[in-house]
Design a protein around this ligand. Structure first.
Ligand SMILES: NC(=O)c1ccc[n+]([C@@H]2O[C@H](COP(=O)([O-])OP(=O)(O)OC[C@H]3O[C@@H](n4cnc5c(N)ncnc54)[C@H](O)[C@@H]3O)[C@@H](O)[C@H]2O)c1
Length: 387
């Protein structure tokens, strides 16, 4: 431990993601002992002094700040990790990159492509390491799906379908704005389920199946007005509560995506299914340690969907953990991502998804919203196929 180089982290935010990331920083040294850098929890920043002090005490940060501008100018910080609402990602990331700090940013990269592009430019010009926390890539079963597709096991891909279903905003009394509820405020979030939930599905889909070429979408806002926490007044709701789109991938396959916060009974049903010429795969977050596969090349008498428990040491990431048959959880996706970021500091290779990769996801989100607004197909402008 003492031979490792320190990587002094500044965390912006003290909410849900602040906890998952801090937990990851605290765990990687134990489970990825070969890493050359050691995270130091240098400073956490959030606006409310009491809350941020409590967070620092509970999670072990050395100091606190209430203004992120003070954080990015500190000499004792190497990396800025943005766990704040979407409307301030761009400003913080650009300032941090200009100050020569590495930048880790929560998803979506920003609210719009116009906001995200200068973020990519800033990290590129500064030459600083960067990554965006699209963590579902690092569920071992999802990583295995990617490896199987890359190996050619599925053959030509025909269909990709994904859902992200929740039910937590059905209550019309729920206000918009404030902690966690900033997601219902278009000004803070940029969009509703498209940027919050579909962005995850799009990132995973393009990572596994290549770029999305064009989209046709429909969105709905079921509850049109809500009280705004900051004004106390009833205000128009500007986010999409639900979004469904279909698309062409650059490889000729068809995609169908749906996200909503109005699917009663579903809490975070993030799913994917891929149908290829020789085989199909499917996965869902509620049963995240299983990957299901149908292989047409199996012997006809026993051919059928099989459910593969992903806990063996020869399956992605699992040699880091316990023994075959014992499972891992949501928090491990962030631990894997943090470990891969630290590994990238050793190898000098980018830690995907980078800001540049996440900009492509932003382009798809924007095309989806533009398609829904205009009731027409939209090109995404995504030409890349590796992310
Ligand atoms: N990767 C994932 O699966 C995942 C899951 C949830 C959220 N997110 C993303 O993470 C980010 C944060 O979401 P969350 O769920 O942690 O939100 P949250 O509401 O739980 O926490 C947000 C934090 O940001 C702080 N904050 C707000 N404005 C600030 C400012 N000006 N300066 C400093 N701190 C400020 C708040 O005080 C709060 O501590 C969002 O971009 C969101 O989209 C990603």
């Amino acid at each position: 431990m003492k031979d490792k180089k320190e990587l002094r982290i500044a965390l912006i935010g003290s909410g849900l993601m602040a906890r998952t990331h801090t937990n990851a920083y605290k765990r990687i040294g134990d489970f990825f002992p070969e890493l050359t850098h050691r995270p130091v929890l240098k400073v956490v920043c959030a606006r409310t002094p009491d809350k941020v002090r409590d967070f620092a005490d509970q999670w072990g940060y050395e100091s606190v700040e209430t203004d992120w501008k003070a954080v990015v100018s500190r000499d004792d910080v190497d990396a800025v990790d943005i766990c704040a609402p979407n409307n301030i990602h761009a400003e913080i990331a650009i300032a941090a990159a200009k100050a020569g700090k590495m930048v880790l940013c929560e998803k979506p990269l920003a609210r719009t492509v116009a906001e995200a592009q200068p973020m990519v430019d800033a990290v590129t010009q500064a030459g600083v390491a960067n990554t965006v926390w699209y963590n579902y890539r690092r569920v071992p079963a999802v990583t295995l799906a990617k490896l199987l597709v890359d190996s050619g096991k599925l053959g030509k891909i025909f269909h990709y379908r994904a859902n992200f279903l929740q039910d937590w905003t059905i209550n019309p009394e729920l206000p918009q704005g404030g902690d966690a509820l900033w997601r219902l405020d278009a000004e803070a979030a940029g969009s509703g389920v498209t940027g919050d939930l579909l962005a995850h599905c799009i990132d995973t889909a393009m990572w596994i199946n290549g770029g999305i070429k064009d989209v046709s979408a429909v969105t709905e806002t079921f509850i049109k007005e809500r009280v705004h926490t900051s004004t106390g007044k009833v205000q128009k709701v500007g986010i999409d509560d639900a979004c469904i789109f279909h698309c062409h991938f650059n490889n000729g396959s068809l995609g169908v995506f749906e996200a909503t916060r109005y699917a009663r009974g579903h809490k975070a049903l993030n799913t994917l299914e891929i149908n290829g010429e020789h085989a199909s795969l499917r996965w869902n977050l509620h049963d995240m340690n299983y990957l299901e596969m149908y292989d047409h090349n199996d012997d006809a008498q026993v051919r059928g969907w099989r459910s593969i428990l992903i806990t063996d040491s020869d399956q992605p990431y699992m040699k880091r953990w316990w023994i075959p048959g014992t499972s891992i959880g949501y928090e491990h996706t962030f631990i894997h991502h943090a470990a891969d970021f630290f590994e990238s500091l050793k190898t000098g290779e980018p830690c995907h998804p980078t800001f540049k990769d996440a900009l492509e996801t932003q382009k798809v989100c924007e095309a989806v919203l533009a398609s829904a607004a205009s009731k027409s197909w939209k090109d995404t402008g995504v030409t890349a196929d590796t992310f």
